[in-house]
Design a protein around this ligand. Sequence first.
Ligand SMILES: [Zn+2]
Ligand SMILES: [Zn+2]
Length: 374
Amino acid sequence: MRFTPISFTCSSCGAPLRFSPATGKLACAFCGSSTEIVPTDSLIEEFDLHTALKTLEHYAPKEISKEVTCQKCGSIFTLTPYSVGTRCPYCDTPAITDFVNPITPEAILPFEITQKQAKTIFAQWIDSLWFAPTALKKLLDTDKKLTGYYLPYWTYDAATTTSYQGQRGDIYYVTVRQRRIINGREQLVEVQEPRIRWTPAQGRVGRYFDDVTIEAGETLSRKILGALGGWDTSRSQPFDPRYLSGFESEEYSIGLDNGFEMAQSKMHAIIRGDIHRDIGGDRQQIDHMQTRYANATFKNNLFPVWATHFQFKGKNYYYAINGQSGIITGERPYSYAKIVLLIGSILALLLVIGYYGEYFDEGFASSFDRYYQG
Ligand SMILES: [Zn+2]
Ligand SMILES: [Zn+2]
């Protein structure tokens, strides 16, 4: 499918503008002028989930390859499926296309960590790693850069009520007699032993969930994104394509219904904790629970992530930095040469300690003798 990308140009010189996380404005790299992003009056809305799920087919993600013509240099290139924003591979001009999925982002968390800050965080993190290969430490010296991505996320709200049946366990102690050998003679002694008394428990707990966050894309693994920490959605802005300028951006490839299933299992874990507290006692067991979700709503969001990957001995290792909080996470290779070197030096050190250790032992023993003799 053919798409005409939009790009934002400088009113003073006509060069392309990019969003600057340092100033929160659009910046012109050519003449240095900056343009304020005036927020729209529109409020960030949550949408009724029940209604949306009824027309699910209409909301399913669409895997479409977009062919775009760069508005600056005229080159034609193809975006990867679900991509909505990138830079021209020939002239680096930002290119942002329309969304093809029926649910478009309602809110966006603009980047707050600049690429320079992200590089520093990444360099410090690598420095702190033990046994990292030297090639990894040099990764950021090469022209391989950290790429900024706006990644799609679902957030869900719901008022839940859960009725449950289970067991409450209370610990009590009983006195039992045991045979013990004391001073070479067998004796009967009384000891306290714990027992658990189980009694049936049932009840109902309620909890309101606000912005349960689910990754809606597949560019980075769930494991990596899950380790990036939380998102402060109170700083979300109404979606505006100008924030995307100069960054990679994507729309959802995980459907609204699958996202809600994942959100439910996140909520479930928290509700189980609520039930345990409601049951009370020393031990708790849940035999049955049923949750009702009232006023469930959702919205589609874009959250900022810096990411890069590193190839080492035929394997890819991925790294990501939360573009709002700066939290970093990643997979890491080990340098076996460095490990062997360290084991070697530990062994050498042990030999040295062993040799002098004997000497110290002797020295200590003789002074000990003298102390008692003297
Ligand atoms: Zn300019
Ligand atoms: Zn171009």
